[in-house]
Write a protein that binds this ligand. Structure first.
Ligand code: NAP
Ligand code: G4F
Length: 359
């Protein structure tokens, strides 16, 4: 039985990856942070015996307290678990927040990655443990080429992107210096019903559901022109695993090869709840109007603008498709939006039922 260690297991990707690996028969260990409030919601399908079912036997799932910035903790966990595969997904992953907390973001996303690699080296696990580093399309930032591929030069535009560039290069450096199987997945944006609620796609899908059910009046957003290559997180965790199964340690771009504006995401999400959006005005005065009623449902609030923006991201997944046999278009953009809105419609309905029980 192969043993995997996932940092960031309570996050969107970590939770899907844990399920994926358990289904493949792995023994899965995850690192969770101590928190004063419950932080294991995304793991409930695994932790709940009934929901887990036969395939997802949670007997093979183990959680450990830890933090990638705590060097001694990382070394102790690594020496106890001695994983065959380590997926370093832990990060302060919000780009906007990284402008408010640049030092912290560097500690977690940069130094945290070094701590993982050093633990592998110090413990003599370089021949045993394969390391996957969660790199990002934010490295391309002010894009130097369209579409972006493995050879496109980096130009990060946020403290997050700059911290992640350290993670990228230190992973590559440990591969070259110590002959480790240490690789970067350069993943473009990927979303799901488990996406954090302050990322733009989830903010929109939740707002569409709440507005449709009369629980919210309006949605305020930042840059509507921003273009992103959005895929489905469930498809992307499969690729993380494929990268570690490849015969050679190499870095890969993971993307759909299609990009859409934030505005398009809004239109589609509201369409799914039966509302047609019509746009009026420009810049900060732009408004999304409910065509049927004339109500303003979307406006622009400059507080969501970033000091420096990444205007567009478009990935070229040819290498992953050719060498890993990965299908970048398994879930279409339209399907992704539908999945997210449907899940949020149910979530909002359920919240309302629970509220009524206690009224
Ligand atoms: P996410 O939902 O924000 O999850 C981040 C995870 O990291 C959470 O489990 C979080 O724990 C954990 N974490 C944060 N700081 C930590 C620390 N100091 N020590 C240990 N764990 C820590 O992010 P995601 O969307 O799943 O993304 C996973 C990884 O891929 C991240 O590294 C992200 O930067 C990268 N990435 C994401 C995308 C994307 O579009 N989703 C694209 C490219 C790269 P808590 O639950 O306790 O906060
Ligand atoms: O959803 P976002 O916050 O994601 P962003 O900044 O692209 O970062 C995500 O993807 C990266 C991969 O490229 C990951 F590495 C990173 O960890 C994270 O998962 O914003 C997307 C776009 C931006 O251009 C932003 O300015 O949407 C724009 N936007 C417009 N209004 C908004 C909003 N973003 C947020 N979060 N909230 C808004 O109200």
């Amino acid at each position: 039985m192969k043993r995997a260690l996932i940092t960031g297991v309570t996050g969107q990707d970590g939770s899907y990856l844990a399920e994926f690996l358990l289904e493949k028969g792995y023994e899965v260990h995850g690192v969770i942070r101590r928190s004063s409030s419950y932080n294991q919601e995304r793991l409930e399908d695994i932790l709940d015996d009934e929901a887990a079912g036969a395939l997802l036997s949670n007997q093979n799932f183990h959680l450990h307290y830890g933090d990638v910035t705590d060097t001694s903790n990382v070394i102790r966990l690594m020496s106890e678990i001695r994983p065959d595969e380590l997926y370093n997904l832990a990060a302060q992953s919000h780009v906007r927040v990284s402008f408010d907390m640049p030092g912290y973001t560097l500690d977690v996303d940069g130094k945290g990655t070094l701590n993982i690699l050093e633990a592998v080296r110090i413990l003599g696990l370089t021949d045993k443990t394969k390391v996957y580093q969660a790199s990002t399309s934010e490295l391309y930032g002010k894009v130097q080429e369209v579409p972006q591929k493995e050879t496109t030069p980096f130009y990060p535009r946020s403290p997050y992107g700059v911290a992640k560039i350290y993670g990228f290069w230190i992973t590559k450096n440990y591969r070259e210096s110590y002959n480790m199987f240490a690789v970067n997945g350069i993943l473009f944006n990927h979303e799901s019903e488990r996406r954090g609620e302050t990322f733009v796609t989830r903010k929109i899908s939740l707002a569409a559901a709440r507005i449709a059910q009369g629980k919210q009046k309006k949605l305020s957003l930042g840059n509507l022109d921003s273009l992103r290559d959005w895929g489905y997180a469930k498809d992307y965790v499969e690729c993380m695993w494929l990268i570690l199964q490849h015969d050679k340690p190499e870095d890969f771009v993971i993307a759909t090869g299609e990009m859409h504006t934030v505005r398009e995401f809004v239109e589609l999400a509201f369409n799914h709840v039966g509302i047609e959006i019509e746009w009026t005005g420009k810049g900060v005065d732009e408004r999304g109007i409910n065509k049927a009623t004339g109500d303003v449902l979307v406006d622009v609030d400059p507080k969501f603008f970033r000091p420096t923006e990444v205007d567009q991201l478009l990935g070229d997944p040819t290498k992953a498709r050719t060498l890993l046999g990965w299908n970048p278009t398994k879930t279409s953009f339209e399907e992704l939006v539908r999945i997210m809105v449907q899940a949020d419609m149910k979530k909002v309905e359920k919240e309302e039922r629970v509220k009524k029980m206690f009224d």
